[in-house]
Design a binder for this molecule. Sequence first.
Ligand code: NDP
Length: 296
Amino acid sequence: MPAERIDGVAIAARVRAKVAVDAAALKASHGVTPGLTVVLVGDDPASAVYVASKEKACKEAGMNGETIRLAADTPEAELLAVIDRLNADVGVHGILVQMPVPKHIDAQKVIRRIDPRKDVDGFHPVNAGKVLIGDADGFAPCTPAGVQVMLIESGVDTSGKEAVILGRSTIVGKPMAALLIQSGKGADCTVTICHSRTKDLAAHTRRADILIAAIGKPEMVTADMVKPGAVVIDVGINRVDDPTAKKGYRIVGDVKFDEVSQVASKITPVPGGVGPMTIAMLLANTVRAARLTVGA
Ligand code: NDP
């Protein structure tokens, strides 16, 4: 029987609707409108699209969404000064510097400059540490946080399950593992992280009750690598040439969807799976950051 599709668009819409309710409640109770400021350095077209969608999503949820656009040659010191100003602005609850930043800017320096209480991307080492120790005050990076919400919302019982994560990046793989090893809802997993040096990848993936692919390799995970009945979450977003497509390319995940969906019990599509969750969780983190400022 083909796998049930986990509908990221629908789950993200529910998260966003709740964010809107929470934002309105905070405004009514404390006169505070949650605000996210995104800083975009340079004119990378893909980044510009992401940033515009974040601003739009904020507004749709009744939040303040502002974008500060800086020229590609903006000196690092100038960007740091903008962050200092936003850190001090009580109307700004979340700050996000769109990555990647131009090469002359040290991305780690930028991330570390953001007040951890406003780091709604969850990239600051303070938040990485909090997520690892299971401190509920921390902000988890939006993509793995979104995957966890998808597992919960689609009724996956994670407790005691073997979760295998492909990829060890600081924005997806590592925080994903940190979330799944905690005790509690959507967690309590036994976690394995695989990466490019892992030997016999398929031996690991075939053990997975929950398989999360975040490697950036188009359709690398094939049906023979998946245990029958596994839940498969595909984080990958890859562009592949397709002369039959209008734009000359199409977007695929890290999982060969057609064949893996014949083996898995549940699976996320690409697009329409994990992707929409990332912005939804960014909004959720921003509302939580705003609530924390008033102790609500
Ligand atoms: P990175 O390139 O930072 O990390 C990729 C990871 O995959 C690395 O740990 C790498 O190992 C590992 N890897 C690469 N090739 C293999 C292989 N053949 N076998 C096993 N492991 C491998 O990518 P990100 O984590 O940033 O992103 C991963 C994917 O998720 C991309 O397609 C990206 O576009 C997508 N993405 C989607 C998001 C969404 O909103 N849905 C958000 C963020 C990312 P090593 O460390 O050894 O190099």
